[in-house]
Design a binder for this molecule. Sequence first.
Ligand code: ADP
Length: 617
Amino acid sequence: MEPKKRPLVEDGKLILKGIGVWQRIMPTYVPYLIFSSVVNCLTPYFPLYMSAEIVNELAGACDLDRLLILAAVTVAGTFTLSMLSRFLSGKLEAIRSLSYTRHEAYLFDAENTFQYGHLENPEVALARTKITSVMNATGAGLGQVLSIPEEVLTKILSVIVSAALTVSLFRAVPGTDSGFFAFVNSPWVILVLVAAIGANAWFSVKLSTRATGEISDALKDLAGMNNLMGVYMRANGTDMHIFGLNRLFLADYAKYLLRPKWVEKYEKAVTRKSYGITLLNLMMKIVVFLFTAAKAWLGIIGVGNFILYQGAVQKFVEALSGLAANIGELRYNNQYLEETFRYLEMPNDMYQGTLAVEKRDDIDYEIEFRDVSFQYPRSDEWVLRHVNMKFQIGDKLAIVGENGSGKTTFIKLLCRLYDPTEGKILLNGIDITRYRYDEYMALFSVAFQDYTLFAFSVAENVAASDKIDESRVQDCLNRVGLGEKISGLPKGIHTNIGRDYENDGVDFSGGEQQKIALARALYKDAPFMILDEPTAALDPIAEAEIYARFNDIASDKTSVFISHRLSSCKFCDEIAVFHKGQLVQLGSHDELVADENGKYYELWNAQAQYYTEKAPA
Ligand code: ADP
């Protein structure tokens, strides 16, 4: 794949932006990078310079005292520089070893501010998987911005130092302007030499850019392997065991392993690059050697300086071609970096209001849906159509309807996970989009049907934070009927959910986990309490127990309760019946069940077959 051509300045800005990200995540990165580059650059030049001085002294005055001082300085300086270099590379290595986890954490943090719709968008999910898998496979994207700049800076400094040390080599010496002297001193020879150095750098770039592309292409299969490994890691252990799914995994894995093409491609690309660059540099070194040797042979430069120039020009050539190659790599990497930033900076197209939500002790909030219709992004289907409804504050509202009738979508709009396609939702008479998003969100506590619990302690899950009010956690667990069970465990509310991280963690049943999710919704203590099928995973006894406790659970809050089991909604003040995206009925259980032509009556009777004792009179 050819990298996208971007002007050098734009590429540079993108790279600096990437470095800026790391600097924000790990503030010691740039200082260590600069310090380490300076030390790395000086480490080979210092002994080279000192050796030249010593040889010059030996070939010249041969003053023993001076020689001893020079030798001492050489040893001490070289030792100090190599110790410093070790120390700094250790520091940078430690920073880099954290890069994968820090990278993940950085993405997670950024995703917190994404509009919810992005998280349900498969294209966004794909972009995310790609960013993580190329980072993990090759470090492409932000990873390479962490590793390559140190080399770049070292080489820039090396080019400068080499150039400074060798300027005098090209100076014409008076009285050496005839015959072979003139040839060696000719500006043309110097020009050819400089041109050859430039050509060497240019070829190096070409070779490296091509190899980087080939290496990335070859490693794409490796990213596929990582994805496969991810699928395997997420799989349920019991299923793996019972169905022997690991055989399926290994068979798939073997397809990657047995497909040696990528290994071959990788090997070829890497070898071609290193042989190519070594050969180019060798040719350059021969040319430089001949030029310097000619000057030494003619006596234009001394033996010590011959060593110095020889070494410095060779380092110059190496640094320049290496620098060109690194810049090629960084520019190639920019396509991944650009993808990462495009992902991180996805525009949030939800209207961002600025009004503060009035804080009311009497929780006297009123919500109104005014002619609300909704289509999900990338779909033309109307999931909700012309919904009009007002909530009575402090009431318990049930939303019922068949699967797919739009109940959860109604809640998603209420909580501003999406904005209506048409119509408005009002809070105390004001369009909810005009409120500050975070303040509006703080009004709702939701236990969604597909809740997530983490393999942390029960307390952390309930508090959804590492700052835990233990008595409040216990109180919420009591209210959902899980208090006794959890206090009976040796570690109480600090028991870990599952055994991913702790051997003495507990594998709670589905019903218990749902209760923990309910307790989490209670802990947030928001004015609106929304429960989406809160008893779906509970057995009938546990379900009955939750309903008996419902007044405890919802207390004085406005609660919205979604269920497809009508028997569980009888205790609600009002029941909204959804059918094919429309609100078709609104009223109390007694009113609705009396309307024999209504949807509620039909649903009630259909379910009554399974709950005969709850059938209408
Ligand atoms: P209910 O909660 O009543 O079962 P939902 O509100 O979940 O219904 O779904 C209503 C309709 O919206 C269904 O046809 C469903 O397929 C569709 N739907 C739900 N979520 C999405 C989504 N993220 N993108 C597109 N369509 C969706």
